[in-house]
Design a protein around this ligand. Structure first.
Ligand SMILES: [Zn+2]
Length: 156
């Protein structure tokens, strides 16, 4: 939405400037070829009409409506993305991270069904951190209280 100066307008402007300088140099400023003068004022008129067009668009709020529409689309797509992210987070929260998966990869941490020690530091104490909640439940991360390593996950 900016005024583009067309090539022929550059030529006209250049022509006017050069002719004007020549006339000035020859000390006779009244004989600038009439053709150039008309073209020059046509350019000015075009810029002026462009300004009126801008004013009209502003008064009718056309650009505002367009901007509002674009903004709405932006917000909607952002909202959809967040919603999808939450859905994926909830759905995949337990993937390969349940206590059974942990037991499989660290059998030495268990005695029968009972957890006995963190695989990293041997700590026995576990605390539960809430990671958020979705329609799949409240998502918990079980963490070693001694070294802070993530152990397994569960949903409530
Ligand atoms: Zn630990």
């Amino acid at each position: 939405m900016c005024l583009r100066i067309r090539p022929w307008e550059w030529y006209v402007s250049g022509g006017v400037a050069v002719t004007g300088l020549l006339e000035l140099w020859l000390r006779d400023f009244n004989d600038v070829p009439f053709f150039w003068v008309i073209l020059f004022w046509l350019s000015v008129l075009r810029i002026y009409i462009y300004g009126l067009g801008q004013l009209w668009r502003m008064l009718t709020g056309k650009d505002m409506q367009k901007a509002g529409k674009e903004h709405d689309e932006l917000v909607n797509s952002f909202h959809a993305k967040i919603k999808n992210d939450i859905e994926m987070f909830g759905r995949n929260f337990l993937k390969d991270k349940t206590i059974d998966d942990y037991k499989k990869s660290h059998p030495e941490s268990f005695k029968g069904r009972r957890f006995i020690a963190c695989h990293e530091c041997g700590g026995r104490s576990v605390w539960v951190k809430q990671m958020g909640s979705t329609r799949y439940g409240i998502h918990n991360q079980h963490i070693c209280r001694t070294c802070g390593v993530a152990l397994w996950r569960s949903n409530l």
